[in-house]
Design a protein around this ligand. Structure first.
Ligand code: CDT
Length: 321
């Protein structure tokens, strides 16, 4: 049996501060049309796909940046994207900054079905970077200043399977995939904006592509799910963002990969039934998992070296030396 969802990973090149929402939506529509031409059921856009990655700048009054947030979805600028997708009969995933009527700010992603109906919404759980102005950095990463954290990972029915959403930094945490996997996720969509330069430890800069692929691939394999990782890439306001968008099979293999840092669509026929090859064998969670051995995963946040281990390391001539 096969349940094939043809998925387009719609990487975008940079979005500069001067670019209007209408211009950006036009670019997304062009990718959508390309996806429709390639037979896509679903096109996946990146994290914060409507604006430049504004957390790279500090402003004393956060509200000055509220114009980067959407107060409705669809709104007047994004309605054309919903309309064109419905006209083409394909669904899409979109990341954007959300400002709620209660004044909360989230880094959000939605999935929209082929009729233009939003069937899933997710607010980023792992907010990276810092909350305070750090002028020593070449650029800021102020997600912890501009966004409130989301509360959890849900899954949604769509395109004949179980869909999951996560956003950028979430992809580096194995818990993300496992919580989705435990809910039967068969296809996870993960948009990202990843600066190549990592100020706290620049030795990681050359490894950005490796770490990206490492996380997405292992998340796919260890949970028997398709993973679609989609970048906003290229030189955005002088900040170099990683590309390397790709679609990973439940085997962990690369099914399709971008080769540029511009607007680029790559397509894979994702057979959701392949997930069972892994979910029902090596990663048969119900048969093999040992949650009774995983207590610290949910009971504690930071690292606690057991006291006897710490003591042994401090004891000259003892077991730890
Ligand atoms: N957007 C986002 O989450 N970017 C982070 C950068 C980490 S360094 C602050 C990422 O994990 O790619």
């Amino acid at each position: 049996m096969s349940r094939i969802v043809t998925v387009g990973a719609a990487q975008t090149g940079p979005i500069q501060r001067r670019d209007t929402r209408a211009e950006v939506v036009e670019r997304l529509i062009a990718l959508l049309r390309q996806g429709a031409g390639a037979g896509c059921d679903l096109v996946v856009f990146p994290e914060l796909a409507l604006t430049t990655f504004f957390p790279r700048w500090w402003v004393d009054d956060r509200a000055e940046f509220d114009h980067f947030f959407e107060t409705e979805m669809p709104g007047p600028d994004t309605q054309p994207l919903f309309d064109e997708a419905a006209r083409l009969g394909i669904g899409f995933h979109l990341g954007y900054a959300e400002l709620t009527p209660e004044g909360q700010h989230f880094n959000t992603a939605i999935v929209v079905d082929r009729h233009g109906t939003t069937i899933g919404k997710y607010r980023k759980v792992h907010l990276p970077g810092h909350h305070d102005h750090q002028p020593w950095r070449e650029f800021q990463h102020l997600e912890r200043y501009y966004f409130d954290p989301g509360e959890g990972f849900g899954v949604f029915a769509g395109f004949g399977g179980v869909l999951g959403l996560a956003i950028c930094n979430d992809r580096r945490w194995s818990e993300t995939y496992r919580v989705l996997g435990l809910q039967g996720c068969e296809l996870a969509m993960i948009g990202y904006n990843t600066p190549i330069h990592y100020a706290p430890d620049p030795s990681q800069d050359v490894l950005q592509g490796f770490h990206n692929r490492l996380c997405l691939q292992s998340g796919a394999y260890q949970n028997g799910m398709w993973v679609v990782g989609v970048a906003k890439a290229g030189d955005e306001e002088g900040c170099d963002l990683l590309g390397e968008s790709a679609i990973f099979a439940p085997s962990g293999e690369v099914a399709a990969a971008c080769s540029t840092v511009g607007d680029e669509l790559v397509v894979a026929e994702c057979d959701l039934d392949l997930c069972a090859d892994y979910k029902d064998t090596l990663f048969d969670f119900g048969y093999y998992r040992r949650p009774e051995a995983y207590g610290p995963i949910t009971d504690q946040k930071g690292v606690i070296v057991p006291p006897e281990v710490a003591a042994a390391l401090e004891d000259p001539g003892g077991e730890g030396t």
